[in-house]
Ligand binder design. Structure first.
Ligand code: 5AD
Ligand code: SF4
Length: 435
């Protein structure tokens, strides 16, 4: 038997890309590839790219430049670009960087084995279709090998919301949900392989419609799987938080008390210009209802500062919303012009204004995050231990609130959910003792 070929995948961007990279590796596994952690000994390099903010394409081109010497040393090395930059740039990538052999969009990676044949015969391969055949159906079932205790599972892709700043509806296409029975089967297989916690993924995951009762219906089906202990989902849109999903946060024990629910801005004027189709007030009322169902829920959000036309008053509205809601965790970004999106046509704010607002916003969010971390001290949490820590005897895992928790513990806690008392907080993690 010939030695396995080596595949190096570098993943950028969101968790959906992490999931896609795993599936691409599995698809190429059938062609005799095993994954390697370094590009230096690879027979194929794949960059799984993200296009959500500026300069993404430029970063990809400069990263590709770094592989030039590898290609010169090893002419058989094949280089591919996958993901959303591949979708957005298409053929342009091969024109600008002729050493690229393969360009594959996020909806086409089930075609990678055939594309690999083509590039091995010396041809270039390009596929950025939104094909009729569903990649999830065409991909073979997942390998049975033992896995870590947590896994991502993509259940929905694409977005029909068309927020004025966002490229996702263009790069990932229209909203598509995977049928519930397929998702459940994949979840069962993950659990058989040792997975205890599944995070359901979708660009707009709570718009999931592969089950008659939506995402809540799917969650309740997954709840029945013995051995699956925790369910999470991300990312959601406020307008798709239906009653059943809110209720599940209060009644489904396996559904973890953590919710990522981006609002982007607290100004109704800006929310309207962003085409978000909700107001600051309606978002706050929604949070109240979710917290009534699950009072200890840890809330996370996304914010954009400096959207075209944002005044100091609009920005202050965002700060007020943050003060009112109180976030345990958050991601914030300077507005970044995405060609082809409606907002790209509008005059941009000066960079120094955006920088200043981002700093103020992040200071407030950091303060809230630290308060949330500090409030955990003395509390008992349940930690799913995932890996050994840097210091001997130390194990690291996640609490139900997604806090990173480390504790002195024997190695056999790995893969188990154990009670831990929090004794110390720091900005990004918590220290606990095993109970
Ligand atoms: N500029 C800045 N941030 C953006 N996001 C999406 N598009 C842009 C953009 N053009 C942010 C949003 C979204 C998160 C995934 O990325 O906050 O929720
Ligand atoms: Fe982009 Fe999310 Fe808006 Fe969809 S809902 S357009 S993915 S920001």
């Amino acid at each position: 038997m010939s030695a396995p070929k080596k595949l190096y995948i570098k993943t950028y961007g969101c968790q959906m890309n992490v999931y896609d990279s795993e599936r691409m590796a599995e698809a190429l596994g059938g062609k005799g590839y095993v994954e390697t952690k370094t590009p230096d000994d690879a027979d194929m390099i794949l960059l799984n790219t993200c296009h959500i903010r500026e300069k993404a394409a430029e970063k990809v081109y400069s990263e590709l430049g770094r592989f030039k010497h590898l290609k010169a040393e090893k002419p058989d090395l094949k280089i591919g670009v996958a993901g959303c930059v591949a979708q957005a740039e298409g053929e342009e990538i091969i024109k600008r960087q002729p050493m690229v052999d393969l360009v594959v969009g996020p909806q086409s990676y089930h075609r990678l084995p055939a594309m690999e044949d083509a590039v091995r015969s010396g041809a270039k391969a390009l596929d950025t279709d939104f094909p009729e055949d569903d990649k999830f159906d065409t991909l073979k079932t997942r390998a049975k090998g033992k896995r870590g205790p947590t896994a991502f599972l993509t259940v929905q892709e694409g977005c029909d919301k068309f927020c004025a700043f966002c490229v996702v509806p263009y790069t990932r296409g229209a909203e598509v949900s995977r049928p519930a029975d397929r998702v459940i089967r994949e979840a069962q297989e993950l659990v058989e392989a040792g997975v205890k916690e599944i995070t359901l993924l979708g660009q707009n995951v709570n718009a999931y419609h592969g089950h008659a009762r939506g995402l809540a219906g799917l969650i309740w089906e997954l709840d029945k799987i013995d051995g699956l202990e925790r369910i999470r989902f991300t990312t959601s849109h406020p307008n798709d938080m239906d009653d059943a999903l809110i209720e599940a946060h209060g009644t489904c024990d396996k559904l973890m008390p953590y919710l990522h629910l981006p609002v982007q801005s607290g100004s109704d004027r800006i929310l309207k210009a962003m085409n978000r189709k909700h107001s600051g007030e309606s978002y706050i009322r929604l949070i109240e209802r979710i917290r009534a169902a699950r009072p200890d829920l840890l809330l996370s959000g996304d914010f954009i500062v400096g959207f075209p036309g944002e005044t100091e008053e609009d920005f202050e509205d965002t700060m007020s919303l943050i003060r009112e809601v109180h976030y345990g965790q958050a991601y914030s970004f300077k507005y970044s012009t995405r060609p082809g999106t409606p907002a790209a046509e509008k005059p941009q704010l000066p960079e120094d204004v955006m920088n200043d607002r981002l700093q103020r916003l992040q200071a407030l969010l950091r303060e809230q995050q630290q308060q949330t971390q500090a409030a955990m001290v003395g509390r008992e949490v349940k930690v799913l231990f995932e890996k050994a820590g840097r210091e001997t005897g130390q194990m690291i895992g996640k609490s139900e609130y997604l806090h990173a928790v480390y504790a002195e513990a024997p190695a056999d806690v790995l893969g188990q959910v154990r009670a831990v008392r929090i004794v110390e907080d720091s900005p990004n993690s918590l220290k606990g003792v095993l109970l």
